[in-house]
Design a protein around this ligand. Structure first.
Ligand code: F6R
Length: 602
């Protein structure tokens, strides 16, 4: 992952910042850059590849100065090019910035800033930040940073300097580590303590939302108020032309997967890079058992994760819902890792379970969408799903972000264990194709709209699936009941015969998720049991399966992919089905009755 390094004081800054970069380079990187300041003279040098390439470029240049910032980059937004390498600068080459993290709303900011006349040179998310600071700069750097941060969404640990406000470094942090080493008349800033240890014994670990202003003689830290999570639905304009946020967010599902995996897949090594787990990678190697805790839709994502983790990472995994887990007496030991999955990171039941596990002293890991939320602050480590803001009460795209993240987590743990290189490569390669396949699935929207018309008068529904698609059945049923107020139940296909089959007749349709996978034949038997009782069946099957048409009333198709990844395609159809049913029934889709987006009460 990316790392930053900075120095201000009385010594030559360049060797200290370069040493800082080297000491932080263990996590891997693909390019590096530095900026050195001597009075009003600022010099920026960047190089692709190893740090030696940067060193070569610096050789014989005799760059002197006592403030500098540096960066090593692991490409996420944009390829490995010099243009995409930090530091970035503004239009006037006044402000320079290095950043570790992801700016989630960079495209929105970039479009706005370009309209205002700013010129961008890179494809990165970071560059928007430096132009935003430029917009607010009126001679005082920390003031401009403070104003810019109010508009930024995402994670950051950044260092910024300005030629026109010299001899000063401003550093800010939200959910990406940032430390300041303090020595006599000098300060060293870095993402990782290893870069500071040789130079300073006193260290300040910046907290989220803190902004530090550092001069050779002084250090001031201010904390901006932690933003609260808005329950209000923003202006209609933000629906970007869609009639509902829910439809907009379903249409963003391919992007949610793309964002989750961006910069994290290493195809040639059949592995993934999850920077948030770097600090505990050794601990994770020693983990013998996983407990996943979540609520609602996030709980269903965790249940898909349970199948993935057991089958491919070879780790025993169990899943529980937050409200139950908090009152259980779970048996855990120091080889257990508890994983908490949440879109908001503020779900009271999930947080209570997390606090209980922290009390027991076991490793806690968060898979969270909202940056800076309680779950991200309270878990020991975590991975962001990067799904972007989800406004509709019913969770849709966040589920896709959670599934993609759990798939990567599976590869991460699997490759630490028995997972072979070929298998790692296969999963990573298939995962990289999912956003495109998800876009294909969305093309079925008009067909699903028609099917919704056909099924609109039914009052009860079963959703069935097996193995990876059993939790998808639960999710499909939850979504339908939540926004259309129809009665819907999700079942494992094999469970119908143990009771629920008694309800089946021509007025009780079933949505059967039956991709061509290892349990396909079993699903066919379950569908036959329904048909034998005059039940109507709408099947979700794999493209090319013409046979199924003979058995069921209606079919919608998903493209072929690896079995463990099929939920990321099948669930899109179910989200669309729930949405179009609710449209026909005229419910308040984005704000269904009795429900709240973030359940912060028990
Ligand atoms: C369903 C839904 C809820 C949430 C649940 C957990 O559409 O939105 O079931 O999934 O309340 O919320 P988070 O993920 O914020 O912890």
């Amino acid at each position: 992952m990316c790392r930053v390094s900075g120095y201000i004081g009385k010594k030559e800054a360049l060797p200290i910042v370069m040493d800082g970069l080297r000491r932080q380079s263990y996590g891997g990187y693909d390019s590096s850059g530095i900026l050195i300041g001597a009075g009003f003279n600022l010099v920026c040098v960047k190089a692709v590849g190893k740090l030696e390439n940067l060193e070569k470029k610096l050789e014989n240049r005799n760059l002197k100065g006592n403030w500098a910032i540096g960066h090593i980059r692991w490409a996420s937004h944009g390829g490995v090019t010099e243009a995409n390498t930090h530091p970035f600068w503004d239009c006037k080459k006044n402000i320079y910035l290095v950043h570790n993290g992801i700016i989630e709303n960079y495209q929105e900011l970039k479009d706005k800033l370009i309209k205002e006349g700013h010129q961008f040179i890179s494809e990165t998310d970071t560059e928007a930040t430096v132009h935003l600071i430029e917009k607010y700069f009126q001679g005082n750097l920390e003031e401009a940073v403070r104003k810019a941060l109010k508009e930024i969404r995402g994670t950051y640990g950044f260092i910024v300097i300005a030629r026109d406000d010299p001899q000063k470094i401003v550093a800010a942090r939200l959910s990406s580590p940032l430390l300041i080493g303090i020595n006599q008349d000098e300060y060293i800033v870095a993402s990782d303590p290893t870069a500071i240890a040789p130079y300073a014994r006193k260290i300040i670990n910046l907290d989220d939302y803190e902004i530090a202003t550092i001069t050779p003689n002084d250090l001031f830290i201010i904390k901006e108020k932690v933003p609260e999570i808005l329950e209000l639905i923003p202006e209609v304009a933000e629906k970007a032309g869609f009639p509902h946020f829910m439809l907009k967010e379903i249409m963003e599902e391919p992007e949610a997967i793309e964002n989750a995996i961006r910069g994290r897949l290493i195809p040639e090594e059949g592995s993934v890079k999850l920077g948030g787990l770097d600090s505990v990678s050794q601990k994770l190697r020693e983990v013998k058992r996983l407990i996943l805790v979540a609520c609602g839709t996030a709980h269903y994502a965790a249940r898909v994760g349970e199948y993935m983790l057991e089958e491919y990472a070879g780790l025993p995994a169990e899943v529980d819902i937050g409200s139950e887990f908090r009152y259980r007496k779970p048996v855990v030991d120091k080889e257990t890792c508890a994983v908490f999955v949440s879109q908001s990171g503020e779900t009271a039941d999930t947080l209570a379970a997390l606090r209980e596990m922290k009390e027991k002293g076991i490793l806690t890991l968060g898979i969270t969408n909202v940056v800076g939320s309680s779950q991200t602050r309270e878990t020991e480590v975590g991975v962001y799903t990067r799904s972007g803001p989800e406004i509709a009460v019913a969770s849709t795209k966040a589920f896709l972000g959670q599934l993609a993240t759990l798939a990567m987590f599976t590869v991460y743990l699997g490759r630490q264990r028995e997972m072979a290189l070929v298998m790692g490569k296969r999963i990573v390669s298939e995962l990289s194709k999912i956003p495109e396949l998800a876009r294909e699935v969305l093309k079925s929207a008009p067909e699903i709209k028609k099917l919704a018309k056909k099924y609109r008068d039914f009052k009860n529904f079963f959703f069935i699936g097996r193995k990876y698609n059993y939790p998808v059945a639960l999710e499909g049923a939850l979504k339908l009941k939540e926004i259309s107020y129809l009665h819907a139940e999700g079942y494992a296909g094999g469970e119908l015969k143990h009771g629920p089959l008694a309800l089946i007749d021509e007025n009780f349709p079933t949505i059967a998720i039956c991709p061509s996978d290892s349990v396909y034949e079993k699903m066919v038997s379950n569908i036959q049991e329904i048909k034998a009782r005059n039940g109507r069946v709408l099947a979700v099957a794999t493209e090319g399966n013409e046979e199924i048409k003979k058995l069921v009333d209606d079919v919608i198709y998903i493209p072929k992919t690896l079995e463990m990844l099929t939920p990321m395609l099948s669930v899109i159809l179910l989200h669309l089905f729930a949405y179009y049913m609710a449209v026909l029934l005229g419910t308040d889709i984005d704000r269904p009755k009795h429900l709240a987006k973030s359940v912060t009460v028990e």
